[in-house]
Design a protein around this ligand. Structure first.
Ligand code: ADP
Ligand code: ASP
Ligand code: MG
Length: 410
């Protein structure tokens, strides 16, 4: 008998039929003798629907009320799943994040979990009940409802698994594991049996939304055995593992991640001397805007330009801040571009292979795809390109690094 934390995402609980199917699945695990804690997301589309309702009232709803609003989606699914389990004679109880007491900081819409009280869950498990917990939400020290960022139910599940020292955390979704790239963009993508935490962290941070990045960070930190599986079909899924294989055949590139949610902001003709990057990026970070790829261009006549990417939702805010800084620095202007996409190849095999970047750049050049920005780490190479070439670039690199199952038959 083991303790398993299972998370079912939006499409997995998207209709009453799906919720009933999840209840059957959970009951199967109970009948096999396992202790089960289930984390559920809102029904698919619900979180977006709720956000749109608020946006119909104002473009600038308060962060506190947005969290009160969007957290309701998950409250619906926990109750429905508990009812479906009870109908099957499976004792179950549902809890919101605040009821469990998933304590977070007070950063609405991107709160971080600080502590989890596992007493109520333990008592229910000891009494033979299935515990159903709302994903994506918590409560701050003042008792305000908080949420953990889009895709945050993954993080709830991993955090509960860590707090309960579960034997495994299973993330059930609408694909049967982690693929070499998003199978919706590259139908030849291949499911991976295993992927290392390090690689999964890079994949998630570069845009593979199959797992929220914080859930992977959490799993790595607390050594939670983590698996991604399909709620629609049986299978082993993908294990996120701490061990790197000693396999000689280890591929150089394990996967390709991408992100269409970013925008590029550039400030032109800035003086090229110490402290300028800080003058520009300091106010951006003070405004809580996350910056990703940064490029400072070649200096001519003592002046240069600096470009960086931010989330598209933050582009206007960043541009407004830069316009002010530009004025102070006597810089010429700022330029924004939201028709970009970020693309990264990821693989621990890169550590021991040279020429990976050259191969990537050649493959893109052969398709006439211009690279606007480049950034690298030990196990990834990221490029920023024009958004309209994204799908072509993903498929080109997928083929160039031989990630598909078997040679493509055209
Ligand atoms: P859920 O609602 O279950 O949380 P998500 O939509 O958040 O599901 O995540 C699953 C989706 O992630 C898949 O449908 C797939 O399109 C996308 N995805 C992106 N990159 C990958 C990848 N490398 N492997 C598998 N799925 C991926
Ligand atoms: N319902 C939330 C979202 O759509 C959280 C989640 O699904 O993980 O982002
Ligand atoms: Mg998700």
């Amino acid at each position: 008998m083991s303790l398993i934390v299972q998370k079912y995402g939006g499409t997995s609980v998207g209709t009453i039929e799906r919720i009933e199917a999840v209840a059957d699945k959970v009951k199967g695990f109970r009948d096999a003798g396992h202790d089960i804690v289930v984390v559920v997301s809102a029904m698919s589309g619900e979180t977006n629907r709720l956000i749109a309702l608020a946006k119909d009232i104002t473009d600038t709803p308060s962060n506190r009320e947005m969290d009160v609003l969007v957290s309701t989606g998950e409250q619906v699914t926990i109750a429905l799943l508990a009812i479906a389990l009870q109908k099957r004679g499976c004792d179950a109880r549902s809890y919101t994040g605040a009821q469990v007491k998933i304590l977070t900081d007070d950063a609405y819409s991107k709160a971080r979990i600080q502590d989890i009280d596992n007493h109520r869950m333990r008592a229910d498990l000891d009494a033979g009940r299935v515990v159903v917990v709302a994903g994506f939400q918590g409560v701050d020290p003042e008792g305000n409802i908080t949420t953990l960022g889009r895709g945050g139910s993954d993080t709830t599940a991993v955090a509960l698994a860590a707090a309960l020292k579960a034997d495994e955390c299973q993330i059930y979704t609408d694909v049967d594991g982690v693929y070499t790239t998003d199978p919706r963009v590259e139908p030849h993508a291949r499911r991976l049996d295993k992927i290392t935490f390090e690689e999964m962290l890079e994949m998630a941070s570069q845009g593979s939304k199959v797992l929220q990045i914080r859930s992977v960070e959490f799993a790595g930190k607390y050594k939670v055995p983590l698996r991604v599986l399909s709620s629609f079909q049986d299978g082993e899924g993908t294990l996120i593992t701490l061990e790197e294989d000693d396999d000689m055949e280890k591929p150089v590139v394990s996967g390709i991640a991408f992100n269409r949610d970013e925008a590029k902001v550039t400030i032109l003709n800035i003086p090229d001397h110490p402290g300028i990057a800080y003058r520009i990026l300091g106010p951006i970070s003070e405004a809580n805007i996350e910056v990703d790829v940064i490029v400072q261009n070649f200096s001519e006549d003592g002046s240069t330009s600096l470009s960086f990417t931010v989330h598209r939702n933050d582009m206007k805010k960043a541009a407004d801040i830069l316009a002010k800084v530009a004025q102070e620095l006597g810089a010429k202007s700022t330029v924004t571009d939201d028709r970009i996409a970020k693309l990264a190849i990821v693989g621990v095999g890169m550590r021991s292979h040279a020429g990976v970047a050259a191969k990537m750049f050649k493959a893109l050049a052969d398709e006439n795809i211009n690279i606007q920005m480049i950034s690298t780490s030990e196990i990834k190479i990221t490029v920023v390109i024009e958004e309209k070439y994204l799908e072509l670039a993903v498929r080109t690199l997928h083929a160039a690094f031989e990630l598909e199952e078997s040679p493509r038959v055209e």
